[in-house]
Design a protein around this ligand. Structure first.
Ligand code: NAD
Length: 263
């Protein structure tokens, strides 16, 4: 990947306040992209935007809950108004629920997971795709969507059933949309990480009744590479999926999981 690989491209990233979203923003910016960054945590978004002070012409932010349709409408409008369209979307914002057997999971928690992790991706694509079809018609270049699914989106995940169901849904949305838009110049893929060393995973480990250290040991014992993934190991896959050199790659669920799904 070269340093101007995404020069002049407009990239919309949800959940850009921390974790994969924040790091992806950093990488796309360094490779020349304009950014529309969204998050529902204002303080985190402000902090993530701080390094771009002085680059207002290339980076804009939007506060909003991705589980609400209007946030995706606003984000698409902001991309069009500020940068004249949209080339790449990283639908990354997501949440996980506390580990629990299905019969003791609260219905409200499950509804919220589906709202954010599954419907949030549907709303996002619904308003991104028209902009991308227009962009492709104007430029002849491919547009790209990457949805953050999970290893839990292609495998059963005990104690994470609602999260796993939502992420399986994201993989289904991704594959189906990829088929619908392949001939309209839009490549659509999912990235499926196993547990990665972000705040989301660290918080989940700390909530474990085994204690964080023992919970991590148990978790990685199932992973052939025997550790958590690093943020950059996942983010490079996100960028790779969007690379213009990767022009024949669509409709895939790309596992970055230390070999977990090879069993
Ligand atoms: N970290 C992992 O182990 C892991 C593994 C597989 C998949 N994933 C997926 O990757 C994505 C990012 O994970 P992460 O580890 O970087 O998480 P994270 O919790 O570190 O960061 C997620 C960001 O999304 C934002 N966000 C959460 N809910 C939102 C909402 N409703 N509206 C707007 N913004 C919201 C948060 O404020 C935060 O800034 C998620 O979809 C997650 O499910 C993570």
């Amino acid at each position: 990947m070269n340093d101007s690989e995404f020069q002049g491209k407009t990239v919309l990233i949800s959940g850009a306040g921390r974790g994969f979203g924040k790091r992806s923003a950093d990488c796309f910016f360094k490779k020349g992209a304009n950014l529309v960054l969204t998050d529902f945590d204002d303080a985190m978004l402000d902090k993530a935007m701080a390094p771009y002070t002085g680059h207002n012409e290339r980076v804009v932010g939007l506060s909003g809950d991705i589980g609400q349709q209007q946030t995706s409408v606003n984000a698409a409008n902001l991309a069009e108004k500020t940068f004249g369209g949209l080339d790449i979307a990283i639908n990354n914002a997501g949440i996980v629920h506390p580990q629990a057997r299905l019969d003791v999971l609260d219905v409200e928690i499950v509804e919220n997971i589906i709202q954010v992790d599954l419907l949030g991706v549907f709303y996002a694509m619904k308003y991104q795709l028209p902009l991308m079809m227009k962009r492709h018609q104007e430029t002849g270049e491919q547009c790209n969507i990457v949805n953050l699914a999970s290893a839990a989106g292609i495998m059963g995940s005990p104690m994470l059933s609602a999260y796993s169901a939502a992420k399986h849904g994201v993989v289904g949305l991704t594959r189906s949309a990829a088929l619908e838009y392949a001939r309209k110049g839009i490549r659509i893929n999912a990235v499926c990480p196993a547990f990665t060393d972000t705040d989301m995973a660290r918080n989940a480990l700390h909530e474990s009744h085994h204690g964080a250290e023992e919970a991590e040991r148990r978790l990685v014992a199932n992973v052939p590479l025997n550790r958590l993934a690093k943020i950059d190991e996942v983010v490079q896959a996100i960028l790779w999926a969007c690379s213009p050199k990767n022009s024949f790659y669509t409709g895939q669920a790309l596992s970055i999981d230390g070999g977990l799904s090879a069993f």
